[in-house]
Design a protein around this ligand. Structure first.
Ligand code: AMP
Length: 486
């Protein structure tokens, strides 16, 4: 099946080909002809299946007869309205419309809260055919008479289940009352429960129902694993996993905003550049963090479930659940950020004993067992192959070869290795580094651990940090005492 066989216009086919899409995904093959025919549709499909193009392409095609280059705002009424639960998803859907509609003189914009309303008002004043919006900001604009929805021909409720979860039902009802009754309505939802069915019955007119295999059943491309670990040990395990598995881009989910903040701080302290998005952050900060991560300028993005749906980051190789979500369905959404559009992915969950029941529920939902691992596999293994060759006498010789410090990503002499990775991970490095003759490492010391310069003070501080004694000993190169974890 090709896109051309779906009856799409040449202008759209050219834009699709520019995106490198060679054939429609399952949801696209099923939804595009039906939406083109003008029917109402309910579709059970998740983000990552290509559903955005599944509705954007036929909407654009149906608007081609209305496309015009007139400067008059009256010639550009809102004809397609797409509602999404989150700002990030709204921005993403908007970008998709821009990409697919780039060869058409149709105007498109996005409105969401958390940013200045002024520029949005100005764009709406000039007129747009396609409007992507979150419900709250849309209603603000309606109340301020910046927008008229009486000519909407197609309405899309994207991620309808999420909108209901987020309490948007009253807003949605208000918006529906502003739309013409003869419109086409499309409802996309990852799950269909009674509430969604009720909404679709009141919203849609004899809809055609489209279902595609749920990701939970097709997630074979995602390698899933669970690490059974105490809550206290999660941070250390996380850092060790990122380093040992050499994860270059990771989306980490935390359960709460405070937890996410703590994690961000900890990862940054461990020299792992981390961005963060959650509901307490300004929209500006959220967009910037996402942008840096998407561009690969930040290795790690820590997020609460606000990011679990809708985010489309090209070829995201790994998702880590630092804490399991309270609903098993959210697990599927979270790990759906990886293994997208046919690519393989890695989904790692850190599971504390108190989360065992949640893991059971997830396994029931996805109808398969997740591989379990013991953190000792990572935490107790020697991080450096060269370490076994190091003198264990308490005296260290000059380095014979350089090795890579997986935490700092630089090469340091072998004698600086330390095997105690169950404790605070930076400390052993910096500790050993005090007596280094390597200028780079000296810089690290002077900027990061100047308080550890005096041996006795260092001894006490490090002992407190490691919660165990450290033993001083004489080095060949130095008269001062050197500390290694005892
Ligand atoms: P969505 O489910 O709409 O968020 O899309 C997920 C990802 O799939 C996006 O990165 C799209 O660019 C990509 N995509 C959509 N349709 C296709 C297609 N037919 N072939 C390849 N990739 C696609």
């Amino acid at each position: 099946m090709s896109f051309a066989e779906l009856g799409l216009a040449h202008t759209l086919l050219a834009a699709i080909s520019d995106q490198g899409y060679t054939e429609p995904t399952e949801i696209q093959a099923k939804a595009i002809p039906v939406i083109l025919s003008g029917c109402d549709v309910t579709a059970c499909a998740q983000t990552g299946t290509g559903k955005t193009a599944g509705f954007a392409l036929p909407i654009l095609q149906r608007l081609i007869p209305s496309a015009n280059t007139s400067a008059s705002p009256a010639k550009h009424p809102v004809r397609a309205l797409i509602l999404t639960p989150t700002r990030e998803l709204a921005a993403q859907v908007y970008e998709s419309f821009l990409l697919y509609g780039k060869n058409l003189p149709l105007r498109c914009t996005v409105v969401y809260g958390g940013v200045n309303i002024g520029p949005q008002q100005q764009i709406l004043k000039d007129g747009v055919e396609i409007l992507v919006a979150t419900p709250g900001r849309l209603l603000d604009l309606v109340e301020q008479k910046n927008i008229h929805l009486g000519q909407v021909e197609t309405l899309v409720l994207d991620e309808a289940d999420r909108m209901l979860d987020m309490g948007f039902l009253p807003d949605i009802r208000k918006i529906l009352s502003l739309l013409p009754s003869g419109r086409q309505s499309l409802l996309f939802s990852a799950t269909f429960n009674d509430e969604i069915t009720k909404l679709s019955n009141t919203l849609l007119n004899h809809p055609l129902r489209i279902e595609i295999a749920p990701r939970s059943a097709t997630a074979d491309l995602i390698e899933q694993s669970a690490w059974l670990v105490s809550s206290e040990n999660k941070q250390n395990l996380l850092i060790a996993l990122i380093s040992k598995l050499n994860l270059q881009q990771v989306l980490i989910f935390a359960k709460t905003r405070q937890g996410a903040n703590r994690l961000e701080g900890r990862l940054n302290r461990a020299h792992l550049p981390t961005q963060i998005i959650h509901g307490d952050k300004t929209q500006q900060a959220r967009m910037e963090a996402l942008e840096l991560f998407k561009k690969g300028q930040s290795r790690i993005l820590v997020a609460t479930d606000i990011a679990a749906r809708g985010l489309d980051i090209q070829e995201l190789p790994c998702v880590i659940n630092y804490e399991l979500p309270s609903s098993a369905e959210d697990y599927v959404h979270r790990i759906g950020r990886t293994g997208r559009a046919g690519a393989s992915g890695l989904a790692i969950s850190l599971v504390a004993p108190e989360e065992a029941k949640l893991l059971d529920e997830i396994e029931k939902l996805i109808k398969r067992k997740i591989d379990k691992h013991n953190p000792d596999e990572i935490l107790n293994t020697t991080m450096f192959e060269t370490e076994k060759n190091l003198p264990r006498t308490g005296k260290r010789s000059e380095p014979e070869q350089d090795i890579k410090n997986p935490y700092l990503g630089k090469n340091y002499p072998a004698y600086m290795t330390c095997s105690d990775f169950q404790t605070d991970l930076e400390i052993p490095w910096l500790l050993q580094a005090q007596h280094s003759k390597v200028p780079e490492m000296k810089r690290t010391i002077s900027t990061s651990v100047s308080t550890f310069r005096t041996s006795t003070k260092a001894n006490n501080e490090i002992a407190a940090l490691l919660r165990k004694p450290v033993k001083p000993y004489q080095t060949e190169q130095s008269n001062s005492s050197e500390l290694i974890p005892g």
